[in-house]
Design a protein around this ligand. Sequence first.
Ligand code: NAD
Length: 282
Amino acid sequence: MIEKVGVVGGGLMGSGIAEVNARAGKDVIVVESSTDAVEAARQRLEGSLKRAESRGKIKSVDAVLARIRVVNDLTALADRDLVVEAIVEEERAKTELFRRLDEIVNSPDAILASNTSSIPIMKLAVVTQRPTHVLGVHFFNPVPVLKLVELVPSLMTDPATTERARAFVQDDLGKTAIDCQDRAGFVVNALLIPFILSAIRMLESGFATAEDIDHGLVLGAAHPQGPLALADLIGLDTVKAIADSLYDEFKEPLYTAPPLLNRMVDAGLLGRKTGRGFYTSN
Ligand code: NAD
């Protein structure tokens, strides 16, 4: 049974992962990198739980918060059954963290999971003495809302580890798991990103306006939002970073970032987070 969960990184994804675990009754410890970041993570968690309470999704913010400790000491994770890493998307930072987690987490049965979107799970597994117990558990943003989790075993993951992780995300967290190989983009981003890139190429070539491309997909294909509005929501820097990692892995032209995307990222036109991308917000 997985009852004691650790989350490393309390940013956008880590705080969401901590929230869904605490809402499922788990004992959760979140580790952040500084006292300021600990405070920011606490506030992020509290804000999200208050929104959940106001929508009637949870009964009491305090009851959920009581199951979450946010600290800046990695050794607090020694007794965890599962640790989910959700720190910055940098290979060196993640390999160093996995090396330390391997030393700190006591139980040989404990699972070390990564929420990485693009770093091969194998690179994290091989720095540990327990590659059989390392896998990718890839949540989607916003974690409390989106139901999907991609399970990504490396070539060295014990199938029993994947099955324990599947039972945990499905039975305990109420998510739906799909299986993916340890390849850039997994399933969702490998399909979604080239779709967004095609829409950007269509706009760039003057084939159609941003509004018409998005209306086309919303009204003609029942997408909840068009690809350019979605790119603004994800962040154009993130879209470019995922495209670059897909291109690095597969060397397929469909994964190349179009010049318009590159120039917008150079200019800091990153979408919603900077107020301007394909659309202007506010
Ligand atoms: P974020 O920048 O919001 O959060 C990262 C957090 O990690 C920060 O709060 C930072 O202080 C903390 N941190 C950095 N180094 C640390 C360390 N050594 N120890 C403890 N904490 C540390 O980033 P995010 O969007 O939450 O992404 C986190 C991970 O999730 C990345 O691997 C990313 O690829 C993946 N991911 C992101 C999304 C998304 O939509 N943003 C979706 C799926 C997966």
